[in-house]
Write a protein that binds this ligand. Structure first.
Ligand code: BTN
Length: 250
């Protein structure tokens, strides 16, 4: 289904600069190249298919052609707000997905967007530094719109919007996503953005395990710090911070 026609794309993108690629290696790689060439904050790179899509922690990310909304946004935040970019991504996706008719979304720390505990979107923020200076950030997002996970190893862990909403139109979803981007970006360092992200976290108070940087943390997730780090109280009573990693319940 071609719901990303030139007309619909231009309607969804409004005045912002964008590139659309029917096929590309990775939108994050292309956006990073544009960022380094001086592209403006808010520019979007969108693709219908990626041949070298990347996920967190060095994983690959693949969606069949035409089945996902895959995009990367170039942003130029203050260095102090860099840790908020992943939150921004998760939050704008939650807002847009809910506006499309899904009743409730959750965020699995750090920034997987879930519906009923199954992942509907992955977020990949990547920063570019010149020495001590942050030149910008690329915010990559991959939303499962109509990916068929039946019979795949991801069945049960992943979900597509088409399973919960009928007639999903990717251009409309994109437009709504970009509206939320424009709403939240000026509030990047704000209490409001942090609170909206924190409210959707769905593992606080639960027992979790986190594999991070070659070590494993286990204990009760008791809260998050304002930079997004997860606080975990272990059985010894000590509280440790996880800044990245793979979270599992139990
Ligand atoms: C994750 O592992 O959960 C993050 C997945 C991020 C995938 C998106 S798709 C668009 C953008 N380009 C990439 O290569 N990756 C991100």
């Amino acid at each position: 289904m071609n719901d990303l026609t030139p007309e619909r794309l231009s309607w969804a993108m409004g005045d912002r600069r964008y590139e659309y690629h029917p096929t590309i290696g990775s939108t994050n790689d292309r956006a990073m190249a544009l960022l380094r060439e001086g592209a403006p904050s808010g520019m979007v790179v969108l693709a219908d298919e990626q041949t070298a899509g990347r996920g967190r922690l060095g994983r690959s990310w693949h969606s069949p052609t035409g089945s996902a909304l895959m995009l990367s946004v170039i942003l130029r935040p203050a260095a102090s707000a860099q840790s908020r970019i992943g939150m921004l991504g998760a939050l704008m996706v939650c807002d847009a997905v809910e506006a499309s008719g899904v009743e409730q979304t959750g965020i699995k720390w750090p920034n997987d967007v879930q519906i009923d505990g199954r992942k509907v979107c992955g977020i990949l923020p990547e920063a570019d530094w010149q020495g001590e200076t942050l030149t910008g950030v690329v915010l990559g997002m991959g939303i499962n719109v109509r990916v068929n996970f039946a019979g795949s190893p991801l069945e049960g862990a992943a979900i597509s919007l088409s399973e919960v909403v009928s007639d999903i139109d990717r251009a409309a979803l994109l437009r709504s996503l970009l509206e939320r981007l424009d709403f939240w970006t000026p509030q990047l360092g704000s209490d409001a953005l942090f609170a909206a992200w924190e409210r959707r976290l769905n593992m606080i108070g639960k027992t979790v395990s986190i594999a991070a940087q070659g070590e494993s943390l286990h204990g009760k997730a008791i809260g998050v710090d304002r930079d997004g780090a997860l606080r975990i109280r272990g059985q010894d009573g000590a509280v440790r911070r996880a800044v990245a990693g793979d979270l599992a319940l139990g």
